[in-house]
Design a protein around this ligand. Structure first.
Ligand code: ZN
Length: 510
């Protein structure tokens, strides 16, 4: 201990972002119960996606909380969708503007499944011997940073909203001013697929003008360290039906003669993807932008989680010679969601079925478009002897072709991935590096899909993802929660961003 103390640079002045962080931390440590109490009140407003009246109450409450902090705030609504909340904080002399995105709506709840039976009655709990025990919020004093506040929305995605409100309080109390203009956009429809997001953005293009968006949703790294993610994968689903005989046949009398749709489907599946995940469709990788050396270096620098995950998931090996999960996510994927033909076990019959079905999801990476993927897949099917139809096959079609497949495409979303060299990427990572005193984790892409593409494409603005919630927050499930230390880290990070992002913003475009 003594040796380590001696090695510390005792007389070096803290870096600017660290002194902001230290001031904000001292402010927070003096008022943790108040912060948690205000959060509990906000969480008490139900936010499930179909409760229109309650969603509006959330939006109105956010406008109130923003206004109280000197942010000019209002609702963007027309009655047809849950309102989005818009807020604006102008900083005199600032030349950069960012928009902070979060969403206040949440997934549905089944109250009976939740501990305590009341998903919106926010409850503080501590883990004692592996059990979560209710604790009262004290009048004053410090709280256990490992305690968690349980309620729908606690992690996904009211946490960033509350963290930012507290950042504004902390900056005012410590006499620090933001050096960038900050706009706020809090969506109320994310959990129902952001159906009107594009429309809202288009109608408010001028209002939302900015140099970059900070997309505050999702989890921090599994190692509990803060991470910045620079994109998400796109997604597109497809359903296939392969036809056999018009009625099920005895497999002894007709096997080796009547085509079996299950066998045909297996052959089709095998023609599209190998066991290591490589997609075998001709030209499939032509549009794919390979990860840059910098992106590969970033994923290799992440704290190792693969071995622990393999143990937890009982995986004796993973695809592509056990390549890293974070690296595999940089490439396109084809996943089988399900396959159905005939019956198994007790219901298995010695028969040739009439049809077989499979369901897939494609995960897309930058430059792939849903339209191009659709055309390549259909071309692949045709070139391997399939007759492709988009409706139920007619008798005439089945008679005329030996292999008939019906293809039904779902809506597709493109991927987004901002370069690590973009000004916003450089400014944000440098700010967080300065605050942390070490490099923040850089994740080139999240595996999942977020409404980031809608924002990027509609407004033509770069977007980076900066989550603050714990990865084990049970989002979308029962007993959703937020670990208090994650809230504290979020408040400090947003303070560093508001006061130091401009100082790290490159003055020339790379
Ligand atoms: Zn979310």
């Amino acid at each position: 201990m003594r040796v380590r103390l001696l090695l510390l640079p005792l007389f070096a002045a803290p870096l600017a972002a660290q002194s902001v962080r230290d001031d904000v931390r001292a402010w927070r440590e003096a008022r943790e119960p108040q912060i948690v109490r205000e959060y509990a009140e906000f969480l008490a407003i139900p936010n499930t996606k179909n409760d229109t009246a309650a969603l509006r109450r959330n939006a109105v409450a956010i406008v109130g909380m923003l206004s109280k902090r000197g942010v000019s705030a209002r609702l963007l609504e027309n009655g047809a969708w849950p309102p989005a909340v818009y807020g604006e904080l102008k900083s005199p002399g600032a030349t950069r503007t960012i928009v902070v995105y979060a969403h206040y709506d949440g997934q549905p709840v089944d109250a009976a499944e939740w501990r305590g039976g009341a998903p919106f009655a926010a409850q503080l709990r501590e883990s004692r011997g592996g059990e979560w025990v209710d604790i009262a919020i004290p009048e004053r004093g410090r709280l256990n940073p490992e305690a968690r506040i349980f309620a729908r929305g606690a992690g996904d995605d009211k946490a960033p909203i509350v963290a930012i409100l507290n950042t504004l309080d902390a900056l005012a109390a410590t006499h620090r001013k933001p050096t960038i203009n900050v706009k706020f956009f809090f969506e109320g429809e994310e959990e129902s697929g952001s159906a009107h997001l594009k429309q809202i953005l288009e109608a408010n293009r001028a209002l939302l003008a900015a140099d970059a968006w900070l997309f505050c949703d999702g989890p921090t790294h599994q190692s509990r360290e803060l991470q910045v993610a620079f994109g998400g994968r796109g997604a597109m689903g497809v359903e296939l039906t392969v036809y056999g005989p018009a009625k099920a046949l005895h497999s002894g009398h007709y096997g080796n003669w009547a085509p079996n749709p299950g066998m045909l489907l297996a052959d089709l599946v095998r023609s599209m993807r190998d066991v290591d995940g490589r997609i075998l469709i001709s030209g499939y990788y032509d549009d794919v932008v390979p990860p840059t050396a910098k992106e590969l270096a970033a994923v290799r620098a992440l704290p190792p989680v693969d071995s622990a995950l393999r143990r937890e998931l009982l995986l004796g090996g993973t695809e592509a010679d056990n390549a890293l999960l974070a690296e595999r996510i940089l490439y396109p994927a084809l996943n089988m969601r399900g396959m159905r033909v005939g019956q198994v076990e007790g219901l298995a019959a010695n028969a040739i079925s009439t049809e077989a079905k499979a369901s897939f999801d494609f995960r897309l990476v930058p430059k792939q478009t849903p339209a191009r993927v659709q055309s390549m897949v259909e071309q692949h099917l045709k070139s391997t002897g399939w007759y492709v139809t988009h409706a139920a096959a007619t008798d005439a079609e089945r008679l005329a072709h030996r292999k008939v497949v019906r293809v039904t495409w779902g809506a597709g979303d493109e991927a987004t991935r901002v370069s690590l060299d973009q000004p916003i990427s450089q400014a944000l990572t440098a700010t967080l590096d300065e605050m942390l005193g070490k490099p923040v984790l850089r994740v080139p892409t999240l595996g999942g899909s977020l409404p980031t593409a809608t924002i990027e494409r509609t407004l033509g603005v770069p977007l980076v993802i900066f989550p603050i919630a714990n990865h084990d927050d049970n989002q979308h499930a029962k007993d959703e929660n937020l670990r208090l230390q994650n809230l504290w880290d979020g408040i400090e990070a947003y303070a560093a961003i508001m006061t130091r992002l401009d100082a790290h913003w490159p003055r020339t475009t790379p």
